[in-house]
Design a protein. Sequence first.
Length: 495
Amino acid sequence: MPLRRQSPVLTTLRETNHPYLTGAWTPLHEEVDLPDPEVIEGRIPEDLEGVYLRNTENPVHQPLGRYHPFDGDGMIHRMVFRGGRASYANRFVRTRGFQAEQEAGGALWGGLADPVQLAKRPGFGAHGALKDSSSTDILVHAGTALSTFYQCGEGYRLDPITLETLGVEAWTPIDGISAHPKVDERTGELMFFNYSKHAPYLHYGLVGADNRLKVLQAIDLPGPRLPHDMAFTERFVILNDLPVFWDADLLARGVHAVRLHEGLPSRFAILPREGGTPRWFEAAPTYVLHWLNAYEDGDEVVLDGYFQDEPMPQPRADAPPGFGHMMAYLDEMSFRPHLHRWRFNLRDGSTREERLDPRIMEFGMINGRHAGLPYRYAYSTLPEPGWFLFNGFVKSDLETGATTEYRLPPGVFASEAPFAPRRDATAEDDGYLVSFLIDENRQASECILLDARKIEDGPVCRIALPHKISSGTHAVWAGPERIPDFSSRASAAWE
Ligand SMILES: [Fe+2]
């Protein structure tokens, strides 16, 4: 079937040599549908059914100040798989900010690296002067997709097949939702938090499988904090107060400067999923961008995530002039995150910690059916030194400690690779890793499938995408059981 292009969006972006507006971060502006894209290697497995969704950063307007890659407009790419076939599409998230800037014909908000005074209209995010571009995470809950913004946004619902923006999620609280709500695939519940510059600084919320808000609870903190992610178990949620947050003196003058606060521990709040009094645990100081999973083990709550050895990195000396600070704060080789395990003892209040792998890695995925439960396998990404780009994957067997790796050729970069269970799978790692690649050598993109049981063998299938996509942050897999009437709705992707 032929490629179908949507009407072009208005863009005012000019040529630039900005390191995060060129190369693998070159914004894409066209929106297309392409059923049955060309398979360039292998075949699409008959036993792969569901939807892969990927959020990317694609600014459409000339920035008012200094562009930061988290300022880009959110664009969702999707690949539907069914019956040995695939269908691709991509669409911008039609956020209120995106629409307002389309009408205004230019940018209305500054970005993360800009003074707040640049904003021409009231802004969003805990920062308060940003555009909610919904460009960070994408998840599936209550049968639809939900895109989010890294520093608390409104949460946009999208049809997971057509990618039509359905609107702002009605239960979004006044301070928004952070980039990383968590969905328990077993119960269909969604757990979220938000944070802000005003007391009580943190809230926790629970939304049912019926998409109704069940719990919204304040969590007392000593001041504004910058938690990025949360975790859950069968009975508990785990929130965090880490010692990396805005400098209070500078914040009082309207300057948002993040720093490590020496002498403060990492603190973890464990509370019932249905809400209640948090119990606080202390641990070694660090910052953690992403958690991998958590579960209960007797008296202990086990939490796995990526412990940063250098939460306040030095500017990168090899960055283009003026970009040393920004590029260090986008570079895992600067932060040095390692897979790490915390054990919180509910009986005596103690914490134990251990490093699980000496390699620098982050952005981990698991079989979503094991979220909140004991699990064995993790799939992390390996960083391209100096860049917010991924150049390979590590599979970790957390029972034996064994690991396998797949590294991409130089100049080829991956998306986060969610795990897609094979139909009728019984083993935890019986399925595929799905990733979208950006090949700077060929100036092209493709979708790859890795057999999760032997990622070191490389792709079992490669599917060409019709354009080179931009890099971005997060991706998700949703099987047919998570999208009502999947079979008939998926058919729309081939019409
Ligand atoms: Fe994130």
